[in-house]
Design a protein around this ligand. Structure first.
Ligand SMILES: [Zn+2]
Length: 338
């Protein structure tokens, strides 16, 4: 219930008086919202909730059908109550800029203070000289690290909007959040704060483990969690969408992974009733990152970039946004349950 309160800010509009718009050829949810002057990422979930019956796979528009557009405050709007006689507080929505998200997404508007006391470490798999799993898509090479990074940035932005302190451990100085299907491969990612990532696998993992553990010491006493994201699940031949792991001995890690898992199950049920969600949830102490890091953690494998079916899901920027949003909601659920 608390969780719903957190998102209550989105519920302050009447549904009947909402404007509608007909989807044109080539329209996606993000572009449709943008054309209406609505911040697509703030309005994304509301849009899906309002138009659920009219979406294919819960994220695709049908050309020629009309869609309700949720109304949210504009990007830089200041809400000022002009009648100051009333004891209503004057509330100004002030965003903060984070250049790591790229120009288009740098401004983050607060959504709630639900995660005010929390610290999150986000590690996207691979990076630097190591692209992770690779595949060909329409004659172009695509690499796991770029997609894991994009989802991680979107997740970071969500958590910050809810008041969390977020440390993005693998960082790209110039990529930002990208709304493209093909994410260009580069090698310029660095490890927090600005260290070159070594090629050697053990050295590479050790470097990110140390960055997390050092920050963890500095923040001792605070609520701290770690999320690791990969797109190269090893489920050969299995039809599993997302894997969640935790350290077998970590109660908090288990609860975190479980909360995100539960959120995914609920979302599939709500938005994709025709598709059965298959995710597994389990401990995986054998993974270096799971074993060596100090904060309670969830290790998430969002399908596999080499799998054709998964590619459909991961290459679509709308889907990456939805996945990041779902993970963030699982994280909120986990923290509210504290
Ligand atoms: Zn990986």
């Amino acid at each position: 219930m608390l969780f719903i309160l957190c998102n209550g800010i989105h519920c302050a509009y009447g549904q009947d008086s909402l404007p509608t718009i007909v989807a044109q050829k080539g329209d996606g949810i993000l572009s449709l919202l943008r054309k209406q002057g609505v911040n697509p990422h703030e309005a994304y979930d509301d849009f899906i909730a309002l138009n659920m019956d009219n979406l294919r796979d819960s994220v695709h528009l049908y050309e020629g059908r009309s869609y309700k557009i949720p109304q949210l405050p504009m990007d830089t709007v200041a809400v000022v109550d002009s009648i100051q006689k009333q004891s209503t507080k004057i509330k100004e929505i002030k965003g903060k800029e984070y250049s790591i998200f790229g120009k288009k997404y740098a401004l983050v508007l607060p959504k709630s203070e639900c995660l005010k006391e929390t610290v999150y470490y986000l590690v996207s798999g691979h990076g630097g000289p190591d692209p992770g799993a690779m595949a060909m898509y329409r004659g172009k090479s695509i690499a796991e690290d770029e997609y894991a990074y994009d989802i991680t940035l979107r997740l970071a932005r969500e958590l910050i909007a809810h008041g969390a302190k977020v440390h993005i451990i693998i960082r790209d100085p110039d990529d930002g959040i990208r709304d493209d299907r093909i994410l260009e491969i580069d090698r310029d990612e660095v490890n927090y704060p600005k260290e070159t990532i070594p090629l050697n696998q053990v050295a590479r993992l050790k470097q990110r483990v140390e960055a997390v553990n050092q920050l963890y010491l500095k923040n001792k006493g605070k609520y701290q969690r770690l999320i690791v994201t990969h797109v190269d699940s090893r489920s050969k031949g299995q039809n599993i969408d997302v894997f969640f792991y935790h350290h077998e001995k970590s109660k908090n890690g288990k609860k975190l992974a479980e909360s995100i898992h539960k959120t995914f199950q609920a979302k599939y049920k709500k938005f994709q009733p025709n598709r059965t969600y298959s995710g597994t949830f389990g401990d995986r102490t054998s993974l270096y990152m799971v074993k060596k890091t100090h904060p309670a953690m969830a290790y998430i494998e969002i399908g596999n970039i080499r799998n054709k079916k998964d590619q459909r899901r991961i290459l679509d920027p709308d889907n990456r946004q939805a996945l990041a949003k779902w993970i963030s909601e699982g994280i909120l659920l986990d923290y509210e349950g504290e």
